[in-house]
Design a binder for this molecule. Structure first.
Ligand code: PMP
Ligand code: GLU
Length: 398
């Protein structure tokens, strides 16, 4: 029999971040002393109070189906989080809990995209956005930004990118892969433009707890009109070091939430009941571990920024959030290293992995050339060792 694959599936490429992560973890397992700056996964253990809540959920038999879009307890905890953190009022009918923020995002596009609808994706972007839009029949429209502008678009550039087919803008702040954070004045302008053109803002705030200068300001707080158009995406993975637990959530108007919930009720049913119980504790319990992790990330970021900018051939901006450094490697491209000339960040990363045993994500998957993403969700010891190796590699000492 000839295998048949749908046109939609053929158009989707695999996640380069997860591919690299799997490769890195396999190398480690095989005893190869590789240093990983690859996938954005906190190196900290999930805090003890969260683990304990999961254990008692199991012991108390909380191991059965829950409502498809999440338990009332977790939805209430999420509403409380929004109220406490930024004064946003939501009710449980506005909340959908899913199997990670990735699942929340795929539900959103399925719920709001008509075939051919355009979704504006500022580039560099997190690798999964364009593929998710395509999976829902939408068309990704890239809005390129530059390093000179801190990888941020201006309100005018946004307005110029809007067409009669635009359904939504994806706004990820703090950003993966650049770590940049939009300021309040620009967010207000973005909100004004979204309301004027009646487009959704898919606001991915998964790195909201990891901001190193200033406070987190949510665009959904700028009035009822923009709140109604905003679909806030968040999750437990990054702030609470819970990547494997797979809990993400959205806050949106009740119609969008209902549509997403209906889709989810057929696709996956509820997210894991035990992880939901643990997430209630994560959101309502002691928050001191979040702050401890944040402080540790600041130290790592500061060390990396200084070190990278002291090495000839590479440079980076100082990110204000998330846990990524977006390193400019343009000076290394088109030149000879170890008898070979690398023209792309991908080729360079492959060689650095092979020769220096350092794993990094090349920028092509993020929709821009000439950069490499390094995650600092890894120990200071690894960071120092990894940067020593990169420096040695650049000096042609391998
Ligand atoms: N959005 C962004 C910007 C991310 O970096 C990630 C990382 N995985 C996600 C969403 C998805 O998170 P989750 O692990 O909860 O699916
Ligand atoms: N979001 C993380 C990253 O960008 C984890 C991997 C993924 O989900 O793609 O590395």
């Amino acid at each position: 029999m000839q295998t048949y694959i749908s046109e939609m599936a053929k158009a989707v490429s695999p996640s380069p971040t997860l591919f690299l992560d799997a490769k890195y973890k396999q190398m480690k397992k095989d005893g190869i002393p590789v240093v990983g700056f690859g996938a954005g996964e906190p190196d900290f253990a999930t805090p003890e109070n969260i683990n304990k809540a999961a254990i008692s959920a199991i012991e108390n038999g909380f191991t059965k189906y829950t409502p498809a879009s999440g338990t009332v307890e977790l939805k209430k905890a999420i509403c409380e989080k929004f109220r406490k953190d930024c004064g946003l009022e939501y009710n449980i009918e506005n909340i959908v809990v899913s199997n990670g923020a990735k699942h929340s995002l795929t539900n959103i596009f399925m719920a709001i995209c008509e075939k051919g609808d355009e979704v504006i994706i500022p580039a560099p972007y997190w690798v999964s956005y364009p593929e998710m839009v395509k999976m829902a029949g939408g068309v990704p429209k890239f809005l390129d930004t530059t390093e000179e502008n801190d990888f941020k678009f201006s309100p005018d550039e946004l307005e110029a990118a809007i067409t009669s087919k635009t359904r939504a803008l994806i706004l990820n702040t703090p950003s993966n892969p650049t770590g940049m954070v939009y300021t309040e004045d620009v967010l207000r302008e973005i909100a004004r433009i979204a309301v004027k053109h009646n487009i959704y803002v898919i606001l991915d705030e998964i790195y909201e707890k990891l901001i190193y200068e200033g406070e987190h300001i949510s665009l959904a707080t700028f009035g009822e009109d923009i709140k109604n158009l905003t679909i806030v995406v968040n999750g437990m993975a990054k702030a609470y070091a819970m990547t494997g637990w797979r809990i993400g959530y959205t806050a949106s108007n009740a119609d969008v939430a209902k549509a997403m919930s209906n889709i989810q009720s057929h696709a996956t049913s509820n997210p894991n009941s035990i992880a939901q119980a643990a997430s209630v504790e994560a959101l309502l319990g002691d928050q001191s571990s979040v702050e401890q992790m944040r402080i540790e990330y600041i130290k790592r970021r500061d060390y990396m920024v200084e070190r990278i900018n002291s090495i000839d051939g590479i440079s980076c901006r100082k990110p204000n959030g998330a846990f990524y450094i977006f390193m400019n490697v343009k000076d290394l491209l088109g030149k000879e290293h170890y008898g070979k000339t690398f023209n792309t960040a991908s080729e360079l990363c492959d060689d650095i992995l092979e020769r220096a045993l350092v794993a990094m994500v090349p920028s092509e998957g993020f929709g821009i050339d000439g950069y490499v993403r390094l995650s600092y969700a890894t120990s200071m010891e690894n960071i120092k060792e990894g940067l020593d190796r990169i420096e040695k590699y650049i000096k042609n000492e391998y």
